[in-house]
Design a binder for this molecule. Structure first.
Ligand code: SER
Length: 587
């Protein structure tokens, strides 16, 4: 059976049994306690609690849907035959039932659909039911009713019904609170296909369970897995759902291993669906998930030398395969989103790749810095600097990553009321990689400007402050009078000469006193740690054009800065002047 027919038959089966057909809700839920839609029941949470009335909204207290879902929990497993990030879930739901209501009907429907509509031999079916647990584990009783329906009404032999505890046969809630309850799971040939949840409880934030006033039915059947089973394959990527995309990736990059092909296929398909629902790559929440998926694909593209336009191919193929059922994937904006992220990624990693030779050995912290500052993915770091990355362990990198996420979440919220900034050194601010690339170029240009001003005007010039955004640098310095047009021109020309020489930008770390002796400039208002980095522009620290105490980040070579231009010179107080300047490509 083709996937399209399976969806149709499922909706039709329940529609003819009084269920209203409800379209999939967006992958971006309106429930703030979850990042993305992870289950079919999510859009119906308030019908289970009784806050909303399905009869009024859908004309029936039972509904059926095919729901777009996304789970990050399996992201690292993707690459085998069964795990996916984006997937579809077939589900039927009933609300406002009395007592333990709805179990018999739900189980009978499920059995009937599998055996009569899909033609699965009943012999292949085994099930599990909830064994019950006692306080303090929860005090939810054994689900004898489900057992009886399977055994007495359906006629399933008792040895085909196994009983399991809370960890296996109790579902929910999604997010940090919500409806949940005991489950009965259906297996075909030992593979779980369908999860029937009887929502009889509401789990509070503190994990206590309260009985819901009315009970409900929430079932979920993983669509890709079911399709694989019906098409006689073990591998979800071998179903008609993935066939065209896999074929295209194999054609474009015949040298890839199955695992890589599957990762690329999963991540591209997921990216298209996320973008279709309005998610945009960013550094937080759902946007960050999309960025991570895309960047993994883009890193593979560099790493395995994949030519061909896989983003455009994916957008087209997903549209052809899924557009009839999910019209939102036909939106031409999706490809623009993917391509703009690709462009950002390419600019950022080009800078990052240049940083790599600076390291003799890479620690997890270094690898994380390279990732955070330049978007250089772990896979690329390990591949491009194998000697330096020899002792790098992925787990340590992941630890750095989660440590940072916690810190930055707390920090960002405090400072910006939740508006995320990728980089904020006080002096430099950037909200994404694109901005980061610009502020890094402007930052090195600012060092060059200070050195040039001292050459043109003398050592009276001393930094008083600076502020760099993605648009411009603003540099304040002590100087007693207005600059002449000629002095401004001279400084500008000098900076551009250095840029064109493509000098390396490097740093040496040393004790503060020693650093001061090198003649490196430092900003007197700043408190420096005992050990500082001296960033210098030139082949060696001795004959550097510019040297300053600084934490970075900087470009690796000056040419990437682009054309430097002083836009304005003005006074900002007595004896303090201010220059605003831009670099090429920054409008
Ligand atoms: N909510 C359950 C699940 O996601 C059944 O739909 O498995």
């Amino acid at each position: 059976m083709q996937s399209e027919e399976i969806r149709k038959s499922f909706l039709e089966f329940f529609r003819t049994r009084g269920h209203a057909v409800v379209p999939s809700s967006s992958l971006v839920p309106d429930d703030p306690s979850v990042l993305l839609t992870t289950a079919g029941m999510q859009q119906f949470k308030r019908y289970f609690t009784g806050e909303m009335d399905a009869k009024k909204d859908y004309g029936s207290a039972s509904v059926v849907s095919v729901q777009k879902c996304f789970r990050t929990s399996d992201i690292d497993e993707v690459g085998d035959k069964t795990h996916l990030t984006f997937f579809e879930m077939l589900g039927n739901f009933s609300f406002g039932l009395s007592g333990q209501g709805g179990k018999k009907e739900a189980i009978q429907y499920a059995h009937q659909y599998l055996t009569e509509i899909l033609g699965i031999n009943p012999e292949r079916i085994t099930v599990t039911v909830f064994a019950g647990d006692n306080p303090p584990a929860g005090g939810v009783p054994y689900d004898s009713e489900s057992f009886d329906v399977w055994h007495k009404d359906i006629g399933l032999a008792a040895d085909k019904i196994s009983k399991h505890d809370r960890k296996d046969n109790f579902w929910g809630p999604t997010g940090n609170e919500g409806p949940c309850g005991p489950t009965t799971e259906i297996y075909v040939d030992g593979v779980e296909v369908w999860n029937l949840v009887f929502n009889q409880y509401y789990q509070q934030k503190d994990k206590t369970l309260e009985k819901l006033k009315t009970s409900g039915v929430d079932t979920g059947m993983g669509f890709e897995r079911l399709t694989a089973m019906l098409q006689g394959v073990e591998d979800v990527f071998a179903t008609d759902l993935f066939e065209p995309l896999i074929k295209k990736i194999n054609e474009t990059a015949p040298h890839l291993k199955d695992r890589e092909v599957r990762i690329i296929a999963d991540h591209l398909r997921s990216s298209v669906f996320l973008a279709a629902d309005g998610v945009r790559p960013s550094n937080k929440e759902a946007g960050y998930i999309l960025r991570r998926l895309l960047r993994r694909v883009l890193a593979y593209q560099v790493l395995y030398d994949i030519h061909g336009d896989i983003l455009a191919d994916a957008a087209k193929i997903v549209k052809e395969k899924f557009g009839a059922f999910y019209p939102e994937v036909a939106n031409p904006e999706i490809l623009e989103v993917l391509e703009s992220e690709r462009d950002k990624f390419q600019r950022a990693i080009a800078l990052g790749i240049k940083e790599l030779p600076k390291y003799k050995t890479l620690t997890a912290k270094d690898a994380f810095y390279l990732y955070e500052t330049f978007g250089l993915p772990w896979e690329l770091i390990a591949e491009l600097a194998p000697a330096a990355a020899k002792n790098l362990v992925r787990k340590d990198f992941e630890e750095e990553f989660s440590k940072h996420q916690e810190i930055s979440r707390a920090g960002v919220e405090k400072k910006f009321g939740g508006h995320g900034l990728l980089l904020d050194t006080g002096e430099l601010k950037a909200k994404d990689e694109n901005e980061l690339n610009k502020v890094v170029r402007l930052h090195t240009a600012t060092h060059l400007l200070q050195a040039a001003l001292r050459k043109v005007l003398g050592n009276e010039v001393q930094q008083r402050g600076s502020d760099i955004t993605a648009e411009r640098t603003r540099f304040d310095f002590a100087f007693p009078r207005k600059l002449t047009a000629e002095e401004i021109k001279k400084a500008e020309i000098l900076v551009n000469e250095i840029i064109e020489k493509d000098l390396p930008v490097q740093f040496k770390e040393m004790p503060k006193e020693e650093a001061a002796k090198t003649g490196a400039l430092y900003f007197f208002k700043e408190k420096y740690p005992d050990k500082v980095k001296v960033y210098y522009v030139g082949r060696s620290l001795g004959d550097a054009f510019s040297k300053e105490f600084c934490g970075g980040p900087h470009v690796s070579n000056t040419l990437v800065i682009g054309k430097f231009k002083i836009a304005k010179e003005e006074a900002v107080g007595s004896g303090v002047r201010r220059i605003r300047a831009t670099v090429g490509g920054i409008e």
